[in-house]
Design a protein around this ligand. Structure first.
Ligand code: PHE
Length: 444
């Protein structure tokens, strides 16, 4: 029998994929950099009007096609199936993303371990810890990157129900409890209302075109769109699973978590007089140094915080490895074990080159056109590959797939009118917006 998700398992797995470093690390820091409320609003609008329609579309392709990424595109195409099936190869973006995502998970696992001993007392000290790890501590980074890949590969090896579904069933509820605890704790600070104001009171003068585009790009990354992840998960549902409702629930959960986490982190930061624009170091520098102020309890807070980050990111990492695994198993008839071992090893190896590109010793070797390999991978995947995947997926839905077939299946879960509105949006509105976004990001 084909691997299978229960209804709840599917929603949790999709939420586990969506909720990741994008929510706890990236969203707060870009919200801080782009000035708060207006950016949050732009992100919400992007999720609602671009994210949800595309997520519904991706899930529909998987749920109707019921195959691996390439096979699903092929079976839904009305003609030129041999050409359209190539959109499925957007799954390869996942391998690019996973190679640096796993390094960041490695940092998190290392910080989890550090949180058990003395925390840095000042921001300067925290900065030194982080920068020393990045530039000099190659062994530690390789060790924890390896650990992160071993965990990811092992869970995917266990399979869809025993590995992926079960992991999400256990880790996500714990993640939610920790985040809620930190949120309620942050309510006790005087700075809480300041943080709420920062997240919700928009100052539209800060909403530059760049901020708008960053918001759209983030909506993409955070909903795991454009690389056949949600498509693959949806292919494991049975035909009664309402993927339209699931896509909406997952997106709302995604927005909810981003906002709760944003408020929590800013309440912590403002309480200790930090500015909002801490940049990427927010999680690895500002937070650890501020936990020090709580004494022993600070260690507990730090441990909880890094467990939350670890759980959120591991449930995303497994969703990044699954599409390629599904493809190789279905089309090349490899066993699950062999697929995860080979691709896991590949990602692991590339990851090592990436982390070397951040170090003092090797950065010159791995710097091309004044950007290190790590930054190149990040840039190429989120500015180009994910968006390209999204554009081609939207074009496929609008022009490649048989509309009647889509309509017949999708109107089980939505009205005719809603279907027509969705179809029009995906066919004519989303591709131009995404193409503009991509051109802008590349020319930046
Ligand atoms: N959505 C994940 C996050 O927010 C990252 C991700 C991207 C996962 C693409 C799967 C596919 O961290």
């Amino acid at each position: 029998m084909k691997a299978h998700f229960s209804k709840a398992g599917f929603i949790l797995a999709a939420a586990g994929s969506a909720i990741g470093l994008g929510n706890i690390w990236k969203f707060p820091y870009i919200t801080g950099v782009y000035g708060g409320g207006a950016f949050v609003l732009a992100y919400i609008v992007a999720v609602l009007f671009i994210g949800i329609p595309l997520l519904i579309g991706e899930m529909a392709i998987g749920a109707i096609g019921k195959k691996d990424p390439v096979g699903s595109f092929e079976s839904l195409a009305k003609k030129a199936a041999g050409v359209w099936k190539n959109v499925g190869f957007s799954m390869l973006t996942g391998l690019v993303i996973l190679s640096f995502y796993s390094i960041v998970i490695g940092w998190i696992l290392y910080y989890l371990f550090l949180s058990l001993s003395t925390l840095p007392q000042t921001v300067e000290e925290a900065k030194t810890v982080f920068e020393t790890m990045l530039a000099l501590d190659i062994k530690t980074q390789i060790l924890f990157h390896t650990l992160s890949m071993v965990i990811t590969v092992f869970i995917v090896y266990l399979g869809v129900d025993k590995g992926i579904e079960k992991t999400n069933l256990i880790l996500l509820p714990i993640l939610f409890v920790i985040l809620l605890f930190l949120f309620f704790y942050s309510m006790s600070f005087d700075s809480f209302s300041l943080a709420v104001g920062f997240m919700f009171v928009p100052d539209f003068s800060l909403l530059t075109p760049k901020a708008l585009l960053v918001a759209v790009g983030h909506a993409f990354f955070t909903l795991s769109l454009g690389m056949a992840t949600m498509l693959t998960y949806a292919s494991y549902t049975d035909k009664n699973t309402n993927y339209v409702k699931s896509a909406i629930i997952v997106s709302l959960m995604e927005i909810g978590v981003a906002i709760f986490v944003g408020i929590t982190l800013f309440a912590f930061l403002f309480n200790f007089g930090f500015e909002s624009n801490q940049g990427p170091g927010l999680v690895f520098v500002s937070m650890p140094s501020l936990f020090y102020n709580f004494g022993m309890f600070g260690n507990i807070l730090a441990v909880l915080f890094f467990i939350a980050l670890a759980f959120a990111s591991i449930t995303s990492a497994i969703s990044i490895l699954e599409p390629t695994t599904a493809y190789i198993m279905a089309e090349k008839k490899w066993s699950r074990k062999k697929s995860v071992a080979v691709f896991g090893a590949l990602v692991w190896g590339v990851g090592i080159l990436l982390l070397l590109s951040n170090t003092k010793e090797y950065s010159a070797t791995f710097t091309f056109f004044s950007k290190g390999l790590f930054d190149w991978f990040d840039f190429v995947s989120s500015a180009i590959l994910l968006i390209l995947g999204g554009i081609f997926t939207a074009l496929f839905l609008g022009f490649g797939a048989d509309k009647n077939n889509l309509k017949m299946h999708m109107t089980h879960f939505m009205s005719d009118f809603a279907f027509e509105a969705w179809y029009f949006g995906v066919k004519y509105c989303i591709p131009p917006v995404l193409i503009a976004l991509m051109i802008y990001m590349i020319s930046e």
